[in-house]
Write a protein that binds this ligand. Structure first.
Ligand SMILES: CC(C)(COP(=O)(O)OP(=O)(O)OC[C@H]1O[C@@H](n2cnc3c(N)ncnc32)[C@H](O)[C@@H]1OP(=O)(O)O)[C@@H](O)C(=O)NCCC(=O)NCCS
Length: 167
């Protein structure tokens, strides 16, 4: 049984490890620099504003992380958050991503956001499937949105409204 809970400082090493594996795989982000716990700790410190959650096995191992971050600095967009989600490769395809992303959606709604969104490489089928399963809408495709290892890549924008905050 997997538990979804808010991330704590003690999770920073595990989150950095899982995130860095995802970065090295070159299928989820334009970022290429691995992360350390020092990169993760400020996110956890700011989690009341931008929630961070982890998936934990019964023996206490962190096998996934999902987190929000700021979308744009303009005040009119203050209720929109971007999100990222990374599962340890050994734990993928076992139904962990879905409760983890749903846990992040709940936390983002509780924090007052009215929308969360992300951009996914068009070839990232698992991520597109996960987002569809969690109620995201594919808004459209940005063509040649950036270069990764010298190759132009398209991204699909996904958004999910949090209706309880659309008041
Ligand atoms: C994307 C990712 C988070 C999915 O997590 P996961 O734990 O493997 O996903 P789940 O097992 O909970 O599956 C969620 C849904 O996606 C589907 N799915 C999962 N892997 C899939 C695959 N390889 N191909 C097609 N669909 C897939 C599942 O069938 C499920 O849909 P359903 O509920 O309608 O049956 C995980 O693959 C990952 O960490 N990938 C690398 C990092 C990444 O791409 N992050 C997203 C960046 S935007």
């Amino acid at each position: 049984m997997i538990t979804i809970r808010p991330a704590t400082e003690d999770d920073a090493d595990a989150i950095a490890r899982i995130y860095s594996i995802g970065i090295a795989e070159r299928t989820a982000t334009f970022d290429t620099d691995p992360r350390t716990a020092a990169d993760i700790l400020p996110k956890i410190a700011d989690a009341a504003r931008y929630p961070q959650v982890v998936a934990v096995t019964p023996d206490g191992a962190v096998v996934g992380w999902a987190g929000t971050s700021g979308y744009r600095p303009r005040a009119c967009y203050a209720g929109i958050a971007e999100f990222s989600i990374y599962i340890d490769p050994v734990a993928r395809g076992q139904g962990i991503g879905k409760p983890l992303l749903n846990g992040l959606i709940e936390a983002a709604a509780a924090a007052g956001f009215w929308k969360i969104l992300s951009r996914i490489f068009t070839f990232n089928a698992p991520s597109r499937a996960l987002c569809a399963a969690c109620g995201f809408r594919e808004v459209g495709i940005y063509e040649n949105h950036g270069k990764l290892d010298g190759r132009w890549l398209d991204v699909v924008i996904v958004e999910r409204l949090l209706p309880q905050n659309l008041t």
